[in-house]
Design a protein around this ligand. Structure first.
Ligand code: KIV
Length: 272
């Protein structure tokens, strides 16, 4: 074995599917550079998400809308350099997947130039054909449902989604349509905890939650939020894991342990 060969097995879409079948929770955190990539992976995080949240927490923008494909490729490449075994997921940024052809071209760039192993797209049933074509081309996909931050100017605010039964049913139906089209993972943001649990039950693919309650198969947080770096008020569904601990590594390990044991998210982090 080479001196710095990975000692853990690489995490793949098959690993995540098995963890869902085995009812073993997995963890996801956002990463935007090589140092954090290594730190998070070493602490046991299975999936690194190069989120377009970088627009807000790294670039200081008000929303994720200004983030470009070149920004995403640049940060994905940095994170790829720091990882060995964690699965590397990257966001397709605003308006970069408006048509099937554009989605295919841009997802290919994220994978070939950035080193992404999975791409995440925000949207519902209207993305089914795009997901089908990306999947046929060998591109692993995460379908992001619930609150869609790239649509913030349409939505008019960061609000809980799927509160009414009709809206909840629509999210479940759209998630099922995207699963049927070939999505490998779903990610749901800002929905009532009860709907998060229903989705995890209804879908065969793993459901990653952020503000979606403890019933999801996995949890994701913006790393800057869970380390208390983000200025201003932390979202109710997040938690500062650094306060009271003496290192970033200890904070991330505590997050991993709390998700796996089912301790996080607790009732105080759940939305209704
Ligand atoms: O961009 C991001 O960080 C995300 C998370 C909020 C899930 O999409």
């Amino acid at each position: 074995m080479y001196k710095d060969a990975p000692t853990r097995k690489p995490i793949t879409v098959a690993t995540l599917a098995k963890m869902k079948r085995d009812r073993e929770k997995f963890t996801v955190l956002t990463a935007y550079d090589a140092s954090f990539s290594t730190l998070l992976e070493t602490a046991g995080v299975e999936v690194l998400l190069v989120g377009d949240s970088l627009g807000m927490v790294v670039q200081g923008q008000h929303t994720t809308v200004p983030v470009t494909l070149d920004d995403m490729i640049y940060h994905t490449r940095l994170v790829a350099r720091g990882r060995q075994t964690a699965l590397l997921m990257a966001d397709m940024p605003f308006a970069s997947y408006a048509t099937v052809e554009q989605a295919l071209r841009n997802a290919a760039r994220l994978m070939q130039e950035g080193g992404a192993q999975m791409v995440k797209l925000e949207g519902g049933g209207w993305l089914a054909e795009t997901v089908r074509q990306l999947s046929r081309n060998g591109i692993p996909i995460c379908a992001h449902l619930g609150l869609l931050p790239q649509s913030i100017h349409k939505l008019g605010g960061y609000r809980v989604q799927g509160r009414e039964e009709a809206a909840a049913r629509q999210i479940i139906d759209e998630a099922l349509a995207l699963q049927d089209a070939g999505a490998d993972v779903a990610l749901v943001e800002c929905i009532p905890a009860e709907l998060g649990a229903r989705l995890a039950e209804a879908l065969a693919i793993p459901v990653i939650g952020i503000g979606a309650g403890p019933g999801c198969d996995a949890q994701v947080l913006v790393s800057y939020d869970m380390l208390g770096i983000t200025p201003g008020r932390r979202p109710k569904f997040s938690k500062d894991f650094l306060t009271g601990r003496d290192s970033l590594q200890a904070a991330v390990e505590a997050y991993v342990q709390a998700v796996k044991s089912g301790e996080f998210p607790g009732p105080e982090h759940c939305l209704a």
